[in-house]
Design a protein around this ligand. Structure first.
Ligand SMILES: [Zn+2]
Ligand SMILES: [Zn+2]
Length: 392
């Protein structure tokens, strides 16, 4: 009877069978975090040292997923020293998001079949709940394990080791670490609740936001045909993974937030690891390609908008003209920039100084020209874009 009630809670029509182990492992910590954690906080309290540990450990968990499971292993966005890979493997077990081979396999399918409800393991097309949490609770065909797409990762002995000893590792990290800190700090119960349960639940929920919220709310700057969005607010909770439209467009880039002001601590950590010689071969998309992609999306969107204007054909013509001019200007400026950087790196002989000055002058002129065209383009977009698109 109880079982039937619970089943009806999750299914209104025939559904794949529930994964009871996942249900227990994922929901029990949520129940403890929602009840015992605040109760202990009100009755005993947590001190500053415990909150500091909480911040350190939640960052360790989340960054092991974002910098390790995600950008390193799923997308090969850079290479990492075995010590760093070991730390990420331990952090991944701490985050309790399955072993990395399974995680990366699911994630590669998510990118390959994004928004395909039959093949994307956490397709946002099936709604917030499914993409956030629901996909793990039932035996959906798209979520069944198939490591055929991670053969490269099977060569990494750290990942094979992590998969083999995943259970003892997750127990050691999730119970052993909080209890150990608790023993040293003379508050085992408080540390277990705060560093064990609350840290685990929040780090998991924040990561899940990337699959749900970052596919539902935000801007589609680089590819308007997919659900992935750029959302700075989600980036705050996900250590920089909120710039998800960019990520789905250039998944192999070690950055998600590409501007200096974008909040992307994962990008900063990878860069820091490079300085410490623990990371290398960071892959990065060129500014030119990023800009061309962005402008092409603006152009296509503006063409749709201008259909709503009177004299649509005149606007379309103007858009095409200014778009072509901007693209030409961007191409010329990029070439001049490369020539200038090359000349700078070879500027050691006095005879070449005159040529170098000419190259620099041309580069600066073209930069000015490109900036003017970009400003004119923005003005045109602002005008055309003021008419909202008709809903389908
Ligand atoms: Zn995604
Ligand atoms: Zn990804």
């Amino acid at each position: 009877m109880m079982l039937q009630k619970l089943r009806s809670l999750f299914s209104s029509h025939p559904q794949p069978p529930l994964r009871w182990l996942n249900l227990a492992v994922l929901c029990l910590p949520v129940a403890v975090a929602a009840t015992l954690v605040p109760w202990f906080g009100f009755t005993h309290g947590y001190d500053a040292v415990e909150w500091l540990w909480f911040l350190v450990l939640i960052s360790f968990c989340e960054m092991s997923i974002t910098a390790g499971y995600h950008r390193l292993w799923s997308h090969s966005a850079y290479k990492a020293h075995p010590l760093l890979r070991l730390a990420f493997a331990l952090g991944g077990a701490f985050a309790l998001q399955n072993n990395c081979l399974t995680w990366a396999s699911d994630h590669r399918r998510h990118h390959l079949h994004a928004d395909d409800n039959e093949k994307d393991p956490y397709s946002a097309g099936l709604g917030f709940w499914y993409a956030h949490f629901g996909w793990m609770l039932r035996d959906y065909p798209a979520t069944r394990e198939d490591l055929g797409n991670v053969k490269d990762l099977l060569k990494d002995p750290i990942l094979v080791w992590q998969r083999r000893y995943y259970l003892p590792l997750l127990l050691a990290m999730n119970i052993g670490v909080p209890v150990l800190i608790g023993v040293v700090h003379h508050d085992i119960a408080g540390c277990l609740l705060l560093l064990g349960f609350l840290r685990l639940v929040l780090s998991q929920q924040f990561t899940y936001l990337i699959n749900s919220a970052a596919h539902l709310w935000g801007k589609r700057t680089y590819d308007s045909n997919q659900t992935a969005r750029d959302n700075w607010f989600i980036a705050l909770f996900t250590y920089g993974e909120g710039y998800h439209n960019y990520h789905h467009t250039f998944a192999w880039d070690y950055r998600n937030g590409i501007r200096w002001y974008h909040y992307d601590p994962t990008k900063w950590l990878i860069k820091l690891m490079q300085w410490c010689r623990l990371a290398s071969d960071l892959r990065q998309c060129s500014s030119y390609r990023i800009e061309m992609t962005r402008v092409a999306v603006q152009f296509r969107t503006a063409l749709q908008h201008c259909e709503q204007l009177s004299e649509a054909s005149r606007w379309r013509e103007r858009l095409e003209g200014e778009y072509n001019q901007l693209v030409n200007s961007l191409e010329q400026w990029t070439e001049a920039q490369q020539a200038w950087y090359q000349a700078k790196s070879q500027a050691f002989s006095n005879e070449l100084q005159h040529d170098i000055a000419l190259i620099r002058h041309r580069y600066r002129q073209l930069k000015q020209d490109m900036q003017q065209k970009r400003a004119a383009w923005q003005q045109l977009l602002a005008h055309v874009g003021t008419v909202p698109l008709q809903s389908a």
